[in-house]
Design a protein around this ligand. Structure first.
Ligand SMILES: Nc1ncnc2c1ncn2[C@@H]1O[C@H](COP(=O)(O)OP(=O)(O)OP(=O)(O)O)[C@@H](O)[C@H]1O
Length: 253
């Protein structure tokens, strides 16, 4: 479970990124976070694994009080929280398999990190993850020889191999064509449904958000202005989230 209680975040330059956020997310939910550019979507999800530090209120993730964790505890917490980015964050000159194996690195003793020796079990887990996202045949191909969609699947496989209970996804389909974007969204849905992973996804594409997520959190200027089922999101709700500037795909300019 993830609980934001009266959370505020003021950046060091004084900008208020989040204001009085009260949100509880249960294990296994699929949440889409929507809002205008600059509304605070990334700020919000990055608090969960403490990439951003909250400055007010309380944040509990899987029973742990996030702001009070020391460095070692933060590292441990992050093992159970996968992160997927728009830019994939891969080592492009290494093979697909190596990129997935990297997910085991934080747990490796120093000598194994240096020599890059992975156990048979780890290799099997990595290959299984590649199989799940449908790119097992690319295991020994260099990442820079793959398409954008394939690269995002490598990033997904890397996250999956980590066996997280929560996946934070920051605009994971923004740079993909519509067909590939849907395929990647389908992968997230599979992880969510079959593996009971919580998915919290920032997404600009409202139609996809409403199609895939069960819950929508709408953020405007650092405040949660909607939190409810995706099925209840209508034009009025969107107008409130987007400050009257409806996205083009749903009838705006
Ligand atoms: N390190 C920082 N210091 C000061 N202000 C910041 C910092 N990081 C983000 N901000 C500001 O906080 C606000 C929210 O940023 P955030 O990246 O969370 O928005 P977003 O909704 O994810 O936007 P986008 O959809 O464009 O990615 C923006 O106004 C941004 O300029």
């Amino acid at each position: 479970m993830i609980q934001f209680k009266e959370v505020g975040l003021t950046y060091p330059n004084g900008f208020q990124g989040l204001k009085d956020v009260n949100v509880t997310i249960e294990q296994g939910e699929y949440v889409a976070v929507i809002g205008l550019s600059g509304a605070g979507k990334s700020t919000f999800i990055r608090c969960v694994n403490r990439m951003n530090e909250i400055t007010e209120g309380e944040l509990i993730v899987q029973g742990q009080n996030v702001p009070t964790l020391n460095k070692k505890e933060v590292r441990q917490m992050r093992r159970s929280i996968g992160m997927v980015f728009q830019s994939f964050n891969l080592i492009t000159r290494a093979t697909v398999l190596k990129n997935v194996l990297v997910s085991f690195v934080p747990d490796l003793p120093v000598w194994r990190k240096v020599f890059g020796i992975f156990t048979k079990e780890e290799k099997m887990k990595a290959l299984e993850a590649l199989d799940r996202v449908g790119i097992l045949d690319k295991a020994f191909v260099r990442v820079d020889q793959l398409s954008g969609g394939q690269q995002q699947r490598v990033a997904l496989a890397r996250t999956l191999a980590q066996e997280p209970s929560i996946i934070l996804a920051d605009e994971p389909v923004a740079s993909l064509d519509p067909v590939t974007a849907k395929a990647v969204m389908d992968d997230f849905r599979t992880f969510n449904k079959e593996l009971n992973m919580t998915v919290i996804m920032n997404i600009h594409h409202v139609e996809l958000a409403l199609e895939y997520a069960s819950r929508v959190i709408g953020i405007r200027a650092g405040e949660v202005v909607y939190d409810g089922p995706a099925s209840d999101v209508n034009e009025a709700v969107l107008s409130a989230i987007y400050n009257g500037q409806l996205p083009e795909e749903i009838g705006g300019e």
